[in-house]
Design a protein around this ligand. Structure first.
Ligand code: SF4
Length: 407
């Protein structure tokens, strides 16, 4: 059975402009996003009305232990707008004592005093979208901020951490960006460590066809690191950060002791969560549901929900489990991996089915098990670090083939 949802994700879709690699569900507002009387303000107000409505429509649930404002660029909202959303959530669900409340913030969208205001309303963890410390790289990927704005933002956030006003923070970087080589990347990592971020999220660049990068890639204009360089970069990242006290607790996440993200761990544990907002995915009772990705379609959907509550995955507690393949997919991302049989039994499998079908899974995974990229220990499977984590996609493809073969 899926655990009752104790986490909520709120999607704030506004950005100044779309970065060249991004295919998220966002609304670009231009440079004067928050100028008084601007169309940006009207868009923000109209969207927030819908978001509040959606929260009001949700059924009741247990108090929340993690809340996450993601985007988009949540730091384009002001503290009153964020406070109203938190209050709405609190009235609906209540918050557990010590709840983790995270907000994504982008350099060049907030000032030091904005940050202090965010913390006053209860935000206690920040995720800073840095992506790179190199000015040329930042321009080439379409980011709005430059390197000195990023360094300044890191300093502000760090001061708050040191003063005990903030519980933790994370810095996002993207590895394998166009034009990157190992030397440049190690410089990026060095600056990330110098920023004193206690948590680093290091993502691989994914090329989506409907983006500027997708189009450039198709024309052969994108000089991204080849596979062997990408593997070398990942290996060096792991070693570099390990030497500096970081532990890789998930494929893309490195943290100093005591700074893992509770909200992210929730996703990988297979718990249910609420999601609110345009394009947001949720799975409160085990079944995933993704909301419409454009504002017009999202508006229509919220209005329909208001009348008919037509989306059963949100309103009916069927207490189903997430599908086993999904549980394995998210669980394997974690350092501790998954106990496959335990998950299967919890999903309602009989002992006989486990004996038969899980033996077959071992066959699908045999090459990886033999090479030590996937490790099995007392029924628990986990990816070796770094090799298993680097080839996690291949290991998951085999798992999905196994899943198809038994269904
Ligand atoms: S700031 Fe983030 S969400 Fe907005 S366009 Fe850039 S990558 Fe996408």
């Amino acid at each position: 059975m899926v655990k009752p949802p104790r986490s909520a994700y709120l999607h704030i879709p506004f950005c100044h402009k779309r970065c060249f690699y991004c295919d998220f569900s966002i609304i670009p507002l231009g440079d004067s996003a928050r100028a008084p009387g601007s169309p940006g303000i009207t868009s923000i107000n109209a969207y927030l009305d819908l978001l509040h409505k959606e929260i009001l429509l949700a059924p009741k649930g247990p108090p929340l232990s993690t809340i996450y404002f993601g985007g988009g660029t949540p730091s384009l909202l002001n503290q009153n707008e964020l406070r109203d959303l938190l209050e709405n959530l609190q009235r609906k669900f209540g918050f557990q004592e010590g709840a983790e409340i995270t907000m994504e913030v982008d350099p060049a969208t907030f000032s030091e005093s904005d940050l202090k205001e965010f913390l006053k309303i209860g935000i206690n963890r920040l995720s800073l979208g840095g992506q790179s410390f190199d000015d040329n790289t930042l321009v080439s990927i379409g980011r709005k901020h430059n390197s000195s704005e990023l360094i300044e933002a890191c300093n502000w956030v760090n001061q708050l951490l040191k003063k005990g006003l903030l519980r933790s923070w994370s810095l996002d970087l993207i590895q394998n960006l166009p034009g990157l080589d190992l030397c440049k990347w190690l410089k990026e990592l060095d600056q990330a460590v110098q920023s004193q971020a206690p948590h680093l999220s290091i993502y691989d660049l994914t090329i989506e066809s409907n983006t500027v990068f997708g189009r450039r890639n198709q024309k052969g204009e994108l000089n991204i690191p080849n596979e062997s360089l990408a593997l070398e970069i990942d290996l060096e990242t792991n070693q570099f950060l390990k030497r500096r006290g970081f532990s890789r607790y998930e494929i893309s996440s490195y943290s100093l002791p005591g700074h893992t993200s509770r909200h992210n761990r929730m996703y990988w544990s297979g718990s249910g969560w609420w999601g609110f907002g345009m394009g947001a995915t949720s799975a409160p009772w085990g079944e995933r549901f993704s909301r419409p990705r454009t504002i017009a379609a999202y508006k229509k959907w919220v209005e329909e929900q208001e009348i008919k509550k037509t989306e059963p995955t949100l309103f009916i507690n069927r207490s189903s489990s997430m599908p086993l393949d999904e549980l394995l997919m998210v669980g394997l991302r974690r350092r501790e991996g998954v106990h496959v049989e335990e998950i299967a039994i919890n999903s309602g499998w009989s002992k006989e089915k486990c004996n038969k079908d899980l033996k077959l899974l071992d066959k699908y995974w045999s090459v990886f098990l033999k090479k030590g990229h996937l490790i099995k220990n007392n029924g628990r499977y986990f990816l070796s670090n770094p090799k298993g984590m680097q080839i996690s996609n291949q290991i998951l493809i085999q798992m999905f083939s196994w899943w198809d073969s038994i269904n």
